[in-house]
Design a protein around this ligand. Structure first.
Ligand code: SF4
Length: 767
């Protein structure tokens, strides 16, 4: 192929520079790895490759196959260590060579090694939730098909297309035509596939180019190759090739660069980090993935070369100006298109382990849960972002470029916001520091809270929001408490009780009861005012007022004016969920759409009511929808100036229909939740001054970190918080001032009570 002729002649440094440029355009500075365990299901193999120490003679093995309990023990250890992938490595078709393998399979009820592998993949998924990757060699189409429903991805090294290599003498499965046929059959079956080349086993650069071109061609037909491993040969004692020279580092770098240039950008290029002493040259040659790294098991194929500890890998990656991100065995391009690439039985497992970008969740924390958050920010005081932006570690990173623009006063658009949501590692700190600095300039150091009480007057609702664990349809199964509708007297009583305890605000919201007419909300306001003439009434979502106006048969502006006249002061931003109709069609299809939510708040502001912006994130959507939400609400704020604050509400998944039906992720990761507050602070700079963190959803330690990432408000003390608890949140129903003090004290910042409109207690109020 003449197009690649120049690769053979070009100087290595020039090739590497071109490869880096392609890599950086496709993936930025992000380098991925897969936290996994390796399960050597059988070390028997019918092939004899000249470099291999993995395959063993039967006499050297106690049993031809790992027993199910041994498989599970490895998988469970991996699960406990935070792995997502179970990589099954095994020899090829041992039953065709060794009677003991045949006998073992027969005794255990399996027709073949592939059948046993399929059973173990299924067992591991069922028992541990790890996602299997099957690396079973050159398989027939029907064998690939057996594995597709139980292995999220499969793989087979092409190794080399050179015929008659001494390394492959005695290895019938290494015949190039058989390997190519497997690659092609995997594509025909839409199997996310890993392949690669082995550099230094006797072929030359032209052979490597031919192999890479063949992979690219198969991928062009099917789109199924997710990564190509470029692996360097290392001689091992006791093998036929023990005395052959190892692959020179320059040859490995050339092959990596060539792979990056021959393959289309969407195919990831990987080099194993445990087979090279120096990692930076691999990054410089164009890789964007380190492959599987196990905190638990050895590299059974290269047992003499231990995996680098994750922190070592992270340090080396960051020192080279990259960030490190965990991924699943299926890359995001495949995880985010499950209908095409994943068997139905595997889709939820992938979704459940995913973050919003389709990469792997990076910790056990989930919104409203009990697992502690990772410490993403240092506890020491941080320097200003202008001082840190020049940090060498992030030079050239897209995140740093966006933050430089922020420092110069540039406005963030959708693309820039999405870039900031992609921040990882040290970049997260940079985003947080920028947000913290903007917070300090906008509102100072005081952390505020409001004493309030939630009154959710009914949980009966005619709408069917799929993320909502709170509502009960009139006919719904009563799984967690009965449908209820508070009497107006009870509302009055609760308001009086709240005021007696010092609350300055009641927050009113509830389901859309089929019996409500527009006057119901006026009656509720009357019930509040019967108890207190002064308590601030924060109530009624955009959905409730839109429905109230509709059921009253009056224009929304008239209806809102009547509510205001009856005492309503501010609207909560809830019912916004995500202001992106593509997402709303999935999570709340019968609710008001984006334009209706924006219009309700526009009209509310016009009649003199203020409101806030919320975002409920982390269920099904990707960061671009978060960005649209921020940009749309920012535009309205510039039009009306009516929003008081931005309140991120991480999706609490546990008891929601969307999660229980296996259609949602388990909420945002902690990194995503922290970034939502930080990026909100940056995107709304100059437009919305207050960023609230929900301690109900983030927990005390999570809230403390978020207060260092742009937030300045802890929200309400919240007697009777029902909605998050209905969804499964563990954090309490009420937080006293002492507990809020405990959140804030380590930050060295003052805590102050505020009104709903952010007038500090003791300051003159015009609310
Ligand atoms: S979120 Fe509100 S509108 Fe939707 S089902 Fe729940 S209570 Fe009803």
């Amino acid at each position: 192929m003449p197009i690649n002729d120049d690769l053979l002649a070009a100087p290595l440094e020039e090739l590497a520079a071109r490869a880096r440029s392609v890599r950086d355009r496709a993936y930025g500075r992000r380098v991925t790895y897969s936290p996994k365990v390796f399960i050597p299901l059988t070390m028997l193999c019918r092939d004899r490759c000249g470099y291999c120490t993995f395959a063993k003679a039967p006499a050297r093995l106690e049993s031809p196959y790992l027993a199910p309990e041994e498989v599970l023990a490895i998988a469970r250890a991996g699960r406990a260590a935070g792995c997502h992938e179970a990589l099954f490595t095994l020899g090829e078709r041992p039953e065709e060579r060794y009677p003991m393998a045949r006998d073992w399979l027969a005794a255990h009820g399996h027709a073949s090694t592939v059948d046993y592998l399929a059973a173990m993949c299924r067992l591991v998924t069922e028992e541990t939730g790890l996602l299997p990757h099957a690396n079973a060699g050159a398989l027939l189409p029907e064998e690939l098909a057996v594995l597709r429903p139980v292995a999220a991805s499969q793989g087979m090294m092409l190794e080399s297309l050179a015929e008659g290599l001494a390394a492959h003498r005695g290895a019938p499965d290494k015949e190039p035509a058989r390997r190519l046929a497997t690659l092609e059959a995997a594509g025909e079956q839409a199997i996310p596939f890993t392949t690669g080349i082995l550099v230094g086993i006797g072929d030359d650069r032209a052979h490597r180019l031919a192999a890479l071109r063949a992979i690219a061609a198969s991928h062009a037909r099917h789109g199924h190759v997710q990564e190509v491993i470029v692996q360097n040969f290392l001689p091992k004692p006791g093998t036929a090739m023990a005395k052959v020279d190892p692959c020179p580092p320059e040859e490995l770098r050339w092959a990596i660069a060539a792979a990056r240039l021959v393959l289309p950008p969407e195919i990831h290029v990987q080099a194993p980090p445990n087979l090279s002493d120096d990692l930076a040259p691999l990054l410089e040659a164009g890789i964007d993935d380190w492959g599987g790294v196990s905190p638990v098991t050895a590299d059974h194929v290269n047992p003499e070369r231990a995996w680098p500890a994750l922190e070592v890998l992270r340090a080396a990656t960051e020192a080279a100006g990259h960030t490190l991100a965990p991924r699943l065995t299926v890359y995001p391009e495949f995880a985010l298109d499950p209908q095409r690439w994943l068997d139905p039985d595997l889709r939820f497992g992938v979704l459940d382990a995913s973050d919003a970008e389709g990469l792997a969740r990076d910790g056990a924390w989930c919104s409203g849960g009990e697992a502690p958050p990772p410490a993403l920010l240092e506890t020491a005081p941080v320097p200003s972002p202008l001082a840190t932006l020049g940090g060498a570690a992030q030079a050239g990173s897209a995140v740093a470029e966006v933050l430089t623009g922020v420092a110069l006063g540039q406005e963030l658009g959708i693309d820039e916001i999405v870039t900031l949501f992609g921040a990882r590692g040290p970049e997260v700190r940079l985003v947080a520091e920028t947000a913290d600095d903007l917070r300090q300039r906008a509102v100072g150091d005081t952390v505020t809270f409001v004493r309030n009480r939630n009154i959710n007057y009914t949980n009966v609702c005619t709408f069917k929001c799929r993320f909502c664990a709170f509502s009960k349809g009139p006919l719904s199964l009563n799984l967690r408490g009965a449908p209820y509708l508070l009497e107006l007297d009870e509302i009055t009583r609760r308001v009086a009780e709240a005021e007696a305890e010092g609350a300055t605000e009641v927050c009113l919201q509830g389901g859309i009861h089929p019996d409500f007419d527009g006057d119901y909300y006026l009656h509720v306001l009357g019930a509040v005012r019967a108890a207190s003439e002064t308590i601030h009434i924060h109530g009624f979502t955009a959905l409730e007022v839109t429905e109230g106006a509709r059921r009253s048969g009056v224009p929304l502006a008239d209806y809102l004016a009547r509510l205001k006249e009856a005492g309503l002061k501010t609207l909560p931003g809830t019912a916004a969920e995500i202001l992106d109709d593509e997402v709303r069609a999935v999570i709340c299809p019968d609710k008001i759409d984006t334009d209706e939510w924006l219009e309700a708040h526009r009209v509310a502001h016009a009649v003199g009511l203020r409101s806030n912006v919320t975002i409920m994130f982390g269920s099904v959507e990707q960061p671009v929808s978060w960005a649209r939400h921020l940009v749309r609400t920012r535009a309205l704020q510039r039009e009306t100036g009516g929003f008081t604050e931005f309140v991120p509400l991480p999706f609490v998944h546990m008891a929601t229909p969307l999660y229980l039906q296996h259609r949602a992720r388990r909420g945002p990761t902690f990194r995503e939740a922290l970034l939502m507050h930080a990026v909100g602070r940056i995107a709304y700079a100059g437009d919305i001054e207050n960023i609230q963190v929900s301690w109900v959803k983030m927990g005390a330690e999570g809230a403390r970190q978020v207060l260092r990432a742009g937030a300045n408000d802890l929200g309400g003390t919240l007697m009777d918080e029902n909605i998050s608890r209905a969804a499964g949140a563990q954090h309490g129903q009420r937080m006293g001032v002492e507990e809020l003090e405990a959140v804030v004290a380590p930050l060295g910042r003052p805590l102050a009570q505020r009104s709903t409109l952010y007038v500090l207690a003791g300051a003159p109020s015009h609310a």
